[in-house]
Design a protein around this ligand. Sequence first.
Ligand SMILES: Nc1ncnc2c1ncn2[C@@H]1O[C@H](COP(=O)(O)OP(=O)(O)OP(=O)(O)O)[C@@H](O)[C@H]1O
Ligand SMILES: [Mg+2]
Length: 264
Amino acid sequence: MTSLLEVTNMSVRYPIYTGLFGKLTDWFTAVDAVNFSIEAGQCLGLVGESGCGKTTCSRAILGLLPISAGTVSSEGKPIDFDNPQALRDWRRQIQIIFQDPYSSLNPRMNVRDIIAEPLINYRVGTKAEAHKRVAELMDRVGLRQEHMQRYPHEFSGGQRQRIGIARSLALQPKILICDEPVSALDVSIQAQIINLLGELQKDLNLALLFISHDLAVVHHLADHVAVMHQGKLVEAGERETIFTDPQQDYTKKLLAAVPSVPRQ
Ligand SMILES: Nc1ncnc2c1ncn2[C@@H]1O[C@H](COP(=O)(O)OP(=O)(O)OP(=O)(O)O)[C@@H](O)[C@H]1O
Ligand SMILES: [Mg+2]
């Protein structure tokens, strides 16, 4: 089976500038030869402590940061990030949900326009069709259609995350990256959003890259888990294997810090 998302030996570096004139003096390798893949309908949990390179990975996969080595492929074809048309096509297939739903929603747009924006950008259907699709999407993520004319500040944190999810689904992507999608939410609301993401993954056969430093949340959703430490993947495998029989000391330490995850 070919993977919807395959990352092969991917490295990402940040330039380090120093001195009065901001001279480029060095590079910091934030992601170092990382490999993983995700099939349709599967969820990969990418875990690791703050600063280990999770967000850098996701930004590079989306083409928002240049990759210094390796490839990102989908269904066996490498993505040509230098080709604007290829990048545009790729960004239609892969969408991202962010940690902070409020800052990722334009406060001056109502919910209908926020969710319809990707459809308008990609010129999918007429305006009337876009608005019909918005109603369906709001329904799908558990928002009330009557609230279409409301603005982001009129919603709770959990509802705002649902708006972000609806927008991310507008173009019917095959792959969804969730970068700490529930870390900013109350624990009770976290479970609802996690359950919604799980349903969508199954119903829409999405490949989900679920990024989190919270192993309890990852345990709930992921089929496979990849553990990252200082830019490198230290361990990867099926969820139960990672949680019950971790091989690497770093994974054991991470698990020991989470009392609520069931372990043998
Ligand atoms: N724009 C940047 N320039 C230079 N270094 C950066 C930049 N952005 C991130 N870094 C560094 O790259 C490393 C990885 O950062 P990244 O944001 O990918 O981590 P993360 O795993 O997503 O962390 P968190 O769990 O806190 O979100 C960190 O050491 C960070 O300081
Ligand atoms: Mg991050």
